[in-house]
Design a protein. Structure first.
Length: 399
């Protein structure tokens, strides 16, 4: 039986409506706002009517930079753990994700992607590294600030990673100044791997040149990248000035402060921002000290996750909290913020069937309350998270 989802506030691609979504199999068949049509649907007996009254429906969130959630890690050789991770992140409104990993996790994410369809959909793999600037490793550096020997980016190296992914490697963080052979960029473009500048000390000029070779994104903008200097804009400034580059943004007000985010949105079109979580395995867990994969994470009440030396190590927050921050604290219109939570990511990934609520697109959407807490998450027309029946403490997270 087809579903008819009724709600007083639905953020569709054509605007905010009081209406109904008609779901046929995994797609949004139609969007109704006429009371007569809605009444007819309700009385017909041909639909499973789901009435979410005073809740709000937003498009499904797409997180392209997420390392883990509620105790589960994306960089693992345990396929079941990856499956649990995709189920868990649906509890905070994520309907599509690029699990973010190192080389070790790539084949296992590929297998989970092929087998599992019970939570957020794996839309591809994000490899954060291994091609970092050794002086800008961030939390991946050793306790003494040093790094292990890092490989040079070569076509053969990336080709091997791509083959291990079975073609699912869609996004790669790379320090662009480390690329000596421009055929590396050519290979990535030809194989539909999005080139994202991150963990980089490139100058503004180096980034501009890399953009000409295909760089499309800047990774966790404002963090582990060269910043603005009075004589050089760095990757931070040059990426914001680019009309083509998409900027990842952790809007937890810890990685980038409120005033700096305000400046960023005044400089650049909101069509080019992508909210990310950069979530770690401790995201969604209570503040405390945790150990995963022999790494110590210290999670605090402010949403930060740090190493024992005090360096930021991802976030304990998630995109829905970032949406709340931008709407409630910076007073950016909800319609604008929602584009940065899904539609912009879908455009960059070339996924025309995802990212917004529109006829013909996948039935990916989230039912939230006024406190930005998730009540239901739908993926391709099916409920994959239901707060009312969930007894899992790790799923009962709030924005």
């Amino acid at each position: 039986m087809d579903k008819a989802v009724k709600c007083s506030r639905i953020y569709t691609e054509r605007g905010l409506i009081n209406g109904m979504l008609i779901l046929n199999e995994n797609k949004i068949k139609s969007i109704l706002s006429c009371n007569n049509e809605i009444n007819a649907i309700e009385k017909s007996g041909r639909y499973e009517v789901l009435d979410y009254g005073g809740y709000t429906i937003i498009p499904g969130i797409i997180d392209i930079h997420s390392h883990g959630f509620t105790g589960y890690c994306a960089s693992t050789q345990d396929i079941n753990e990856i499956k649990c991770y995709t189920k868990a992140i649906a509890s905070v409104g994520v309907t599509g994700v690029l699990p973010t990993t190192n080389e070790i996790g790539i084949p296992y994410i590929k297998q989970a992607m092929e087998e599992d369809r019970s939570g957020a959909r794996i839309l591809g793999i994000h490899s954060e590294g291994p091609f970092f600037n050794p002086q800008h490793m961030g939390a991946l550096a050793k306790a003494d600030g040093s790094s292990s020997d890092l490989p040079k980016p070569t076509v053969r190296y990336i080709e091997n990673m791509y083959e291990k992914s079975g073609g699912s490697l869609r996004y790669m963080t790379i320090a662009v100044e480390t690329v000596e052979d421009k055929n590396v960029f050519r290979f990535m473009r030809e194989h539909n791997i999005i080139i994202a500048a991150g963990h980089t000390l490139a100058t503004g000029a180096q980034l501009k040149e890399a953009i000409l070779h295909g760089v499309q994104a800047a990774v966790h903008t404002g963090n582990v990248m060269s910043m603005i200097h009075q004589r050089d804009p760095g990757v931070f400034g040059a990426s914001l000035l680019s009309d083509t580059v998409y900027n990842e943004l952790i809007a937890d007000f810890v990685h980038v402060c409120k005033d700096t985010i305000d400046i960023m949105f005044r400089i650049k079109s909101p069509e080019k921002f992508m909210l990310i979580s950069d979530s770690s395995p401790v995201s969604g867990l209570k503040p405390g000290t945790y150990t995963f994969n022999n790494r110590i994470y210290i999670s605090s009440n402010d949403g930060s996750v740090r190493t024992p030396t005090g360096r930021l190590s991802g976030s304990s927050s998630y995109i829905l909290k970032g949406i709340r921050n931008l709407v409630e604290e910076l007073h950016i219109p909800m319609e604008t913020v929602l584009k940065a939570a899904g539609r912009n990511q879908a455009q960059l990934l070339g996924l025309s069937n995802k990212g917004s609520i529109k006829e013909g697109k996948d039935g990916d959407f989230v039912v939230i309350n006024d406190e930005y807490e998730v009540f239901k998450t739908f993926v391709e027309g099916e409920i994959v998270y239901d707060q009312s029946v969930s007894g899992d403490e790790r799923a009962a997270v709030k924005a």
